[in-house]
Structures are given as structure tokens and as C-alpha cells.
Design a protein. Sequence first.
Length: 286
Amino acid sequence: MIPRDLPRLRPRRPDASKRDHGRVVVVGGSCGMAGAAALSAMAALRSGAGLVELLVPAAVAPIAAGFDPCVMTLGLADDGTGFSSAAAPLVVEHLERATSGAVGPGIGRTEAVRRLVVSLWHDAAIPMVFDADALWAIAGGDDLRRHAGPRLLTPHAGEMLRLMGKDPTGREANDRPMLEAAARAMAADIGAVVLLKGEGTLITDGHGEARNPTGNPGMATAGTGDVLTGVAVALMAQGMPPFDAARLAAWVHGRAGDAAAADLGVVSMTARDVLDRLFVAFRDLG
């Protein structure tokens, strides 16, 4: 059942152009992790973004470009495994032309990456999703209250603990009430939206909140979070504020996962199966 108050995209005009539906830039990827960033980019296209650009280290650009010819892929300066510091100016240049951006999927954990992500948190004026290793980069770092544009964080339990300055592998990862309270407090404190993944996904801006009713245990598999990131950044590119985009993205993502489980069962489904069924959720929404 679709919640009656679930945010919706505006209907498309008959004379719509791809430029009417936003330009998304996804920043991610590293050696062995090109697929994570590609999943986000492909999910953004499946979720209605007019143009999607994928920025990856040059070492993995041919791999990332091979996933979907509809994604514009650009390889930037790398250190042999991931982004080098020389990539930062071009990342900033491309984000300045974008409607929304996402950073983190498969990006790795190096000092150059940390500096890049922190600078984007502080200075990028567009709505941005921070996920995966981007959450590692900003955890315990500079003042997160200072950011130039709307921000959406999408942590799972371990990433939420790291943002709190705690052991991400500790027992507290199973303390859902504590994690949700921390998510509310963090969202209110830094002026961002936090989407805390897991059963009964919580979306909060520290003032209002919502829970997502869709999804299933089969979605606990590598890459599904990257798909969610792509859905959310595409919805923001189409004009939805981060809280509404997070709510709708969580519902669409979970509904696609439920469709995948119905077809394949919860054991055999993969993130690509969720990506391939995003259309089911958007079709259900009419």
C-alpha cells in the first residue's frame, strides 16, 4: 500500500526535455569498486534524471563506462587505485554545472579522498547525497554544521556509529532505538536530513520524521545502498527537497526490492535486480 502522504514527482509536460529533469553528478569508484558508483549512476537514470554524469578515477573509467551507455563517464586523475588530489578541481567544476550530486559509492578511504569529500561537504552549493565511504570521510572531522547546500546522509548502523565517533563494529550496532535517537539529534544539530537504513528505515531532519514500510531481508546484499543513493539524488535533481526525496527514494527502493524478492526469492536477489525493478515502483506510483 502506498502511504497517502508519500511525496510525488510532478507529472511531466508533453514537451519536456531531458534538461528539464536535472543533471546529476555521481562521484565515486576506485580499483575493485567501479560497480558501486555505476549502480548509483544507473539508478539515477532509472529514477528520472535527465542527464547523469559519473566521475571516477581514470584507472577504472573503462570499466565504469561499460555498465550503461546512457551514463556519461569521465575518468579523473588517480594514484593508481583511486582519486588523487589533482582530481579535485575537475570534480568541483562538474558539480558546479549539476543540479544535484552524490559522493561516496566505492570511492575508497585515502587521505586524498577524505580531503575531497570534506571540501565538497563544506563548499558544494547544490543538494548532495553523502553515502558509503563519504560518510567515513566526514566522520569525526570538521564542523558538519558548515555546509553550502542541502545535505542528505544515508548511513547504515555501522556508519551511523562511526559518525557518532563510536566503534562501527560494536554491539551498539544492534541498538536501534539509540541509533535512531542519535540520527534525530545529528540531523537537527547539523541541519541535514539523515536516512538511517535498516528495518523500518527512519528519515529525519531532526524536526519531522517518517518511516518506510517497503523492503525485505533480501536487500541486505552488496550494492543495494548504492542504488538507493542513485534514486535519492535523481529525485533531488527533479526538484524535490532532501526530506521528501529521501522519503520517496526509500519507498521506491524498497518496493523495487519487494518486486525482486517476489520474482527471485530473498536469497538469490542482488542489487542489480533491485535496480532493474525500479520501474515497478514508479509505475505503481502512476
